[in-house]
Design a protein around this ligand. Structure first.
Ligand SMILES: Cc1cc2nc3c(=O)[nH]c(=O)nc-3n(C[C@H](O)[C@H](O)[C@H](O)COP(=O)(O)OP(=O)(O)OC[C@H]3O[C@@H](n4cnc5c(N)ncnc54)[C@H](O)[C@@H]3O)c2cc1C
Length: 288
């Protein structure tokens, strides 16, 4: 097999230069790439393009709070680091802390989880609910884009061939109620069969914000702002009357390729459970 070039830059500027010059394949934790390129035990993985290993680029690591209350997560931050952070929204912590097993969580990065754009990737699901944005950098500049717009479909993203995801930005959120479920074959090392996040803000008995997003239920994370609008502005006492309208609208946005009935019914039940809890006056906090 022909040898491929492999780069290990120590600065972001250097990484961006290499990305532009060679359109090199970005390798972060390698937990997706080393599997997809694997040729079997003891055999060198089948990379055909130059490889850009990001692990030495310190500028891409860490989590910080910004002056406007938003939180920036470097693309190389691992799911283990995210799951331990006090700055990160609990819904993202839920997703990060249920990924794989601990060895995986120590190498799997948030940039890789988004860049891989797997329908079963766990972190894009809460990120889309939270309206998270990405910073995409190239030597020629930077642009910001919502995660929802960046992931175009299964394994398809809007990443330019000279760009690197450098940061994920979580806008400040003040939901009063949140809900998270991951359904997998077992608690550790299970790829998601279905995930769901839901969040609401209730003020003076009125739902002023409501969001839901569902993973592993279609080619990309499902979220329907049109369905959410059915519940926003409603008094808690009105929720039972509009619940089915919401659930029917929601079911229309998920398009599972396998076990559609199971995935639609499970999603419907979980959302109904969350809405019933709100209608029953569940105290602020996590709905379990
Ligand atoms: C045993 C096992 C269990 C797993 N369990 C789960 C699970 O429960 N949930 C889950 O979501 N995933 C799971 N995964 C998949 C994988 O671990 C995650 O998707 C992980 O977050 C990928 O991150 P990484 O840093 O290893 O990515 P890499 O493998 O390095 O890269 C993945 C993709 O993203 C691109 N990329 C990486 N970084 C960037 C960047 N900064 N900018 C642009 N593109 C970038 C790469 O080019 C590549 O296309 C599992 C994998 C294994 C092997």
């Amino acid at each position: 097999m022909e040898q491929v070039k492999c780069f290990m830059p120590q600065t972001l500027q250097e990484a961006l230069q290499i990305r532009k010059e060679y359109h090199a394949t970005i390798l972060a934790g390698g937990s997706d790439l080393m599997v997809s390129k694997s040729m079997g035990p003891g055999i060198t993985p089948a990379f055909t393009d130059p490889v850009l290993i990001l692990t030495g680029v310190k500028e891409l690591k860490g989590i910080r709070k910004n002056a406007d209350g938003s939180v920036s997560i470097g693309a190389l931050t691992t799911s283990a680091e995210i799951s331990r952070s006090e700055l990160v929204h609990p819904l993202l912590i839920d997703a990060a802390s249920r990924m794989g097993a601990i060895a995986l969580r120590n190498s799997a990065t948030i940039g890789g989880n988004i860049g891989n754009a797997s329908p079963k990737g766990d972190m894009p699901q809460p990120l889309i609910l939270l309206d998270a944005e990405l910073v995409l950098k190239s030597v020629d500049g930077e642009r910001r884009m919502k995660v929802d717009d960046f992931i175009l479909g299964s394994k398809k993203t809007a990443l330019g061939d000279d760009e690197i995801i450098t940061e994920v930005i979580l806008p400040p959120q003040d939901f009063t109620h949140i809900f998270y479920r991951k359904i997998g074959m077992r608690r550790a090392n299970a790829i998601s069969k279905l995930t769901l996040s839901a969040a609401a803000t209730v003020k003076d008995g009125v739902v002023v914000d409501f969001r839901a997003s569902s993973g592993a239920a279609g080619p990309k994370v499902a979220r329907s702002r049109a369905a959410e609008e059915i519940l926003i502005g409603r008094k808690l006492s009105e929720l039972p009357a509009v619940k089915d309208e919401f659930l029917d609208a929601w079911n229309g946005v998920i398009s599972p390729h396998a076990m559609p009935e199971y995935r639609r019914n499970s999603t419907r039940r979980m959302l109904a459970y969350f809405i019933d809890a709100l209608a029953a006056g569940h105290p602020a906090g996590r709905v379990e």
